[in-house]
Design a protein around this ligand. Structure first.
Ligand code: HEM
Length: 477
């Protein structure tokens, strides 16, 4: 019951933090069906923007996005003064046009992350984009894979040796574990800390800074804590910068061979327009890399396991052929239930799209969730199917979104801001999950501990809420 209550509270907290004050209550519908919001004289469904702040929308967003895609491809939500772009093709076109649809002045981090490349566009953005990106891709990343595997094995072994924690429970021959607390919350942060070259003695402290900054992004109540954590991180980084400028430090492979300088050293040595980056800029880059890569990769791992274990036939097929199938499972998870819903943009010029005039400087929300469920591109989009043949799931595309007649999902964005952490998060989720699947015998969902949907029986849908906890069970003998 506690788990259920937590889920309801979490849902309420998320809904209220975005609620503009509207008090209307929408009924909770069976997943896939919409509340009837009325029709105009020609039979076109009407759309009430207050639904965006409702509990119904958080758990069951996709049929509402379908109404927007089919009837209001550029939807002006007058309540929040935002234009929603929901079709796959429109979303990628806007993402590619970085000058016409720019990320300034987003300011969404409210000082917690600081001035980062996420909030820059055009030439300013390009100058910073390549400061450390090469560490997260290609050969450099390939050489890091054994360390990612080591970290995963260490974390799984640590929890397997634990008993009597609130998230690892022994019940005779089986063991129950909450995958977030035991593994997925901290694993991506530890991987990124290593690539950054963050001193190992400060890594526990780093996890505290990370958590506080992430909560600080979430609303006014926790904002102060986020700003304090950021200041404390910056104070720590100040000394580190001086030390790394005197004495660079290096990333090594598992045999101790040097791969290259770590990201913090690179940032300390980099000059932009002839000047070294300031401590403030270096801290912002560190904060961005960890903030962008922690919660997102956690979401990908948790969502992937939640979906796979609800589709036992697909999970069995994956176990029979794991080498080829984990990549598919990762991409289909990001298409079906991405941890990131979309990105805001501002249009530099007046725009006319689908007969709608959008004045320059408007806030336009690119809805990746909806683009990923656009049936103009993906057949039967609400269905989770790791074997679907219309989704590109090969080597991640640097500068495109379509190859061999298949489209990639939009969970990493596309164009100039394409997620530079896409390759490393892929390796974390896939390698970590491979090891989980090989190590834990007969893994299954612990359904009685999982939140239920409105009928009290079916498992709660992912919707656009993050899965708060994922309870698994496995055999010990
Ligand atoms: C499943 C995991 C992840 C998802 C779904 C994801 C998603 C995204 C998306 C959609 C963007 C584009 C933002 C925009 O267009 O405005 C982005 C940007 C970014 N991501 Fe990720 N990300 C993930 C993991 C990571 C990881 C592991 C790292 C770092 C190690 C990372 C670092 C970044 C950075 C630095 C940016 C800013 C890029 C720029 O503005 O040029 N991400 N991410």
């Amino acid at each position: 019951m506690d788990v259920l209550r937590d889920y309801a509270n979490e849902l309420d907290a998320e809904v209220h933090s975005t609620d503009p004050g509207g008090t209307i209550t929408f009924p909770l519908m069976p997943v896939g069906q919409t509340v009837d919001m009325g029709h105009d004289t020609r039979g076109k469904p009407l759309f009430d923007p207050r639904i965006f702040s409702s509990r119904e929308f958080f758990r069951n967003p996709y049929p509402y996005y379908r109404i927007l895609r089919d009837h209001y491809p550029v939807y002006h939500d007058k309540l929040h003064n935002t234009y929603y772009i929901t079709r796959y093709e429109d979303v990628w076109r806007c993402y590619f046009d970085d000058e016409g649809f720019n990320t300034i002045p987003k300011g969404s981090s409210s000082g917690v992350l600081g001035n980062t490349q996420l909030e820059l566009s055009g030439i300013e953005h390009r100058r910073r984009r390549n400061l450390y990106g090469q560490h997260l891709v290609g050969r450099s990343l390939d050489l890091r894979v054994p360390s990612i595997q080591r970290l995963a094995r260490d974390m799984i072994r640590d929890w397997d040796n634990q008993t009597d924690t609130p998230w690892v429970i022994d019940e005779g021959k089986k063991r129950i574990v909450e995958l977030g607390m035991a593994f997925a919350n901290e694993f991506p942060v530890r991987v990124v800390c290593e690539v950054l070259g963050f001193p190992s003695e400060a890594q526990k402290q780093f996890y505290y800074w990370y958590n506080s900054m992430m909560s600080g992004l979430g609303g006014s109540l926790t904002h102060k804590q986020g700003l304090e954590a950021r200041q404390s991180l910056e104070d720590y980084v100040q000394d580190l910068v001086e030390e790394r400028r005197r004495k660079p430090s290096f990333l090594k492979d598992e045999d101790g061979k040097i791969i290259g300088k770590d990201i913090i050293t690179k940032l300390c040595e980099t000059k932009v327009d002839g000047d070294y980056l300031s401590t403030e800029e270096i801290t912002s880059n560190i904060a961005l890399v960890v903030a962008a890569g922690g919660e997102t990769t956690r979401g990908a791992i948790i969502n992937m396991w939640y979906l796979l274990l609800q589709h036992p036939d697909q999970f069995a097929a994956l176990c029979a052929n794991p080498d080829e199938t984990w990549d598919r499972a990762f991409h289909e998870t990001l298409r079906n239930s991405s941890p990131i819903g979309g990105q805001p943009r501002h249009n530099t010029f007046d725009v006319n799209m689908h007969g709608m005039h959008v004045p320059a400087g408007s806030l336009m929300q690119m809805v990746d969730f909806s683009a990923n469920h656009d049936d103009r591109v993906f057949k039967d989009p609400e269905k989770f199917d790791i074997f679907r043949d219309d989704l590109y799931s090969g080597k991640l595309l640097r500068s495109g979104f379509m190859k061999e007649g298949r489209c990639s999902h939009m969970a990493f964005g596309v164009g100039p801001h394409l997620c530079p952490g896409a390759w490393i998060s892929h390796q974390e989720a896939v390698e970590g999950s491979r090891i989980l699947q090989r190590t834990l015998k007969n893994i299954r969902l612990c359904t009685e501990r999982m939140p239920k949907d409105i009928d009290g029986v079916s498992l709660a849908p992912i919707g656009i809420v993050r899965v708060p906890q994922l309870w698994l069970e496995y055999d010990r003998e």
